[in-house]
Design a protein around this ligand. Structure first.
Ligand code: NAG
Ligand code: NAG
Length: 352
């Protein structure tokens, strides 16, 4: 009669094989996002600022072709990352009044375009300062507890992946653009000042229960189309000095991550560095199926972002997938997808 059992054995082996990959898959309760326009999914739609993008042609490759307030033709890295972890494919903006805590339980975005580590950066275009994003996070936790009970809420907070992407505006919108910080700090001093804020920010969300963090470094800022356009020394070339500053800053961020990982029990910070990938995309676009890296798709591609990127602009490119940049500052959706895929192994390692 033993042969009767063979189908059953095969059945059980199949079940075990099906279960195995699930068990080794990272389990992430939610994606929680802090930062600037690189990750803002639409919070600025609901505040008084000109730093907005909730109009066409933004979002033209987003599901439904809707402009959402993302500074992109489509989705942003947190959307792709969330989807890759088996969570929802769209991270909602916390300030969206049509949504409530039931929409935010597995993913929420507190980011605000044009903000920075430095409070003074958020002041420039009257957007949400980083400390206020943390206040929203506290409010979120309270709502989550009321909605799901304390135990489940605390589990979500501690098993969430925190994506933090911020810092470019401190240099481009503030330090290099305005006189105040430049008169107070040298570049290395300003970097230290920002790193100090990054450290207290991480300590603060750690004290609020965050454990698995991805701290995104700066992109090659000097190669953003808007920076090339203002390069008087070497027209349309990357501004090497800005790239050097970005690399230095990223180095300091790595030192900070190592220090905090040693010091704070249970904390895992991943220094998510997309600098090198972006640098490759910019310098060898054709290796990645792109045709243009010096200009954005929107408008002339040289300076347009936000309100200057208009659907009436006759120069906007027909296919943003051929462009590394969507507007003069922000990556195209395809670039965002490549960045997300590149960072994913490091992000998954936080949950092993
Ligand atoms: C959230 O909104 C939905 C749809 O509007 C509603 O059915 C639900 O009761 C709300 N949930 C909470 C917790 O407020
Ligand atoms: C930024 O502003 C907040 C609120 O006023 C304040 O608590 C914080 O200390 C400020 N940060 C810095 C680095 O000055």
């Amino acid at each position: 009669m033993a042969y009767m059992n063979i189908p059953w054995i095969i059945f059980f082996i199949q079940i075990i094989l099906l279960l195995l990959p699930c068990e080794s898959e990272a389990k992430v309760s939610a994606i929680i996002v802090f930062g600037d326009s690189s990750v803002d999914s639409g919070n600025n739609n609901f505040i008084q600022t000109i730093a907005k993008s909730n109009f066409e042609p933004y979002g033209r490759d987003f599901p439904g072709g809707t402009p959402t307030g993302r500074f992109c033709n489509g989705r942003l890295p947190p959307d792709f990352i969330s989807e890759s972890f088996g969570l929802k494919p769209i991270i909602p903006a916390y300030l969206d009044p049509t949504l409530n805590i039931s929409d935010f339980a597995t993913g929420v975005c507190f980011a605000s375009a044009a903000t920075g580590y430095d409070n003074a950066t958020a002041d420039v275009l009257k957007v949400i300062p980083l400390w206020k994003e943390v206040e929203y996070f506290k409010e979120y936790q309270k709502k989550l507890q009321a909605y799901l009970g304390e135990k489940k809420a605390n589990w979500i907070v501690s098993e969430a992946l925190y994506l933090i992407s911020i810092g470019t505006n401190d240099f481009l919108e503030n330090y290099y653009a305005l006189p105040n910080r430049k008169s107070q700090f040298t570049v290395p001093q300003y970097q230290d000042f920002l790193i100090g804020i990054a450290e207290s920010f991480v300590r603060q969300i750690y004290s609020l229960g965050a454990r698995k963090l991805s701290l995104t470094g700066l992109p090659p800022m000097g190669c953003l189309p808007v920076q090339r356009s203002t390069n008087l020394k070497d027209p349309l070339q990357c501004m090497e000095e800005r790239n050097r500053v970005a690399l230095e800053f990223n180095g300091r961020l790595s030192v900070l991550a190592t220090k905090l990982n040693k010091e704070l029990p249970g904390l895992k910070v991943f220094k998510a560095d997309a600098y090198n990938l972006l640098f490759q995309l910019i310098n060898k676009p054709s290796n990645f199926g792109f045709e243009v890296a010096e200009e954005g798709c929107c408008g002339t591609g040289l300076f347009e972002t936000g309100i200057f990127c208009s659907r009436h602009n006759p120069f906007t490119c027909p296919d943003a997938n051929k462009y590394v940049f969507w507007d003069s500052i922000h990556p195209s959706e395809r670039t965002n997808k490549l960045i997300s895929d590149y960072l994913l192994p490091g992000l998954k390692s936080l949950f092993l």
